[in-house]
Design a protein. Structure first.
Length: 141
């Protein structure tokens, strides 16, 4: 859970002209989506009044916990769009708009390696690799 220093730092970042030393913060409530905080002027500060602000807390999920079906089965080809389509088909909770599939290498055994990485500001963290053989199978990085 965010503490007061984190909230005040974010307020300072979003409002660089506000003197954070002149305000006080008290936690109002949490409604499972947002934290609501009461911000008011400290006594004898340059400010007066109060405001209620809300903050959302967004927790990223590990890509390893979202991709639960590691067996992609036989694929008609090994292009990125085919791999992404099969990932989505076999793992319906995966938002493929959040990931990138990149070719890594041809392996000595005739298979290919692909890396699943994340787009900027993805809702996931971590990475996976895909190795193609007769089946394309995901293996952890």
């Amino acid at each position: 859970m965010n503490n007061s220093k984190t909230i005040l730092a974010r307020l300072r970042e979003c409002n660089p002209n506000v003197n954070i030393e002149d305000i006080k913060l008290s936690h109002s409530y949490y409604d499972h989506t947002y934290f609501y905080f009461h911000i008011s002027a400290k006594p004898n500060s340059q400010y007066f009044g109060w405001e209620i602000v809300n903050f959302s807390i967004f927790q990223k999920k590990s890509i390893l916990t979202v991709i639960t079906n590691h067996d992609l089965g036989k694929l008609p080809n090994n292009d990125c769009e085919t791999i992404l389509a099969r990932l989505r088909e076999r793992n319906p909770n995966v938002d493929i708009k959040q990931i990138i599939v990149t070719f890594v290498s041809d392996n000595q055994d005739g298979s290919q390696s692909w890396k699943i990485s994340l787009r900027l500001n993805s809702i996931y963290y971590g990475s996976n690799n895909i190795r193609s053989a007769n089946n394309y199978e995901i293996w952890n990085n």
